[in-house]
Design a protein around this ligand. Sequence first.
Ligand code: IPE
Ligand code: IPE
Ligand code: MG
Length: 263
Amino acid sequence: MWKHIFGGGKSTANPQEQPSAIDSIDRTNIPRHVAVVMDGNGRWAKARGLSRSAGHEAGARTLKRIVRAASDMGIEVLTVYAFSTENWKRPPMEVDFLMRLFDSFLQREIEELHAEHVRLRFIGRRDRFGDRFLRRMREAEDLMAGNTGMRFNVAANYGGQDEILRAARSLAARAAAGELSPEEIDEECFSNALDTAGDPPVDLFIRTSGDLRLSNFLLWQSAYAELFFTDTHWPDFTPEELASAVNDFAGRNRRFGGLSADD
Ligand code: IPE
Ligand code: IPE
Ligand code: MG
């Protein structure tokens, strides 16, 4: 476990320190699936007079810390939004920078993620990436396919509507080929045709940097997600704030359209 991130080291340095939000997590009520819109790299950089690229680099460092924290907290599935189907509209220089950053992040982190039993999977369209990155994506997925630790989905060239359309098309093709009858297409069947096949629905949907929107992320999977918005820009997001979101989630009254026990 990535104990060096928090806990051990910190309390040895200062045994009098108050328990952090991480120590106070209710481990019996952890969201199984946490989704994160990692927004605000550009605004973080601008506020410091830095380039947007520097913001994305800082965001990648934050991701590394948050993946470890989520795994240590016992979260089963973490899905992060790295690049949307709409982000191609950005200037080519920024898109190029992001692609190189994803590639080097993967190269740098793969061994450590694997050693921690994380199962990495990419969700989204594969049709616009370069060959080298595509190969690295596949190698990473193959390497970690048998891992039994936290499932870590990275949404790259991902759009919720695009994912739903691709699923609908693949089911329609199977129906047209006589492999499936339209009546068999129920919620479970449809969920299993999505890129997140096999994962539980999103319990907790976090968006950093203050905007109150979904931006086409996990539209099907978040049907009953609890939403957590914070003004913190992604590079400043900490394991402690993730723990606060998890604690906040534990206090929510989820009714799923029904009534609570005391209604
Ligand atoms: C999120 O940060 C990262 C990506 C979309 C790749 P932004 O780049 O959207 O940062 P802001 O929203 O401009 O601050
Ligand atoms: C959502 O952020 C996509 C990612 C974090 C990768 P955007 O910055 O692209 O979203 P909008 O444009 O503000 O809705
Ligand atoms: Mg943004």
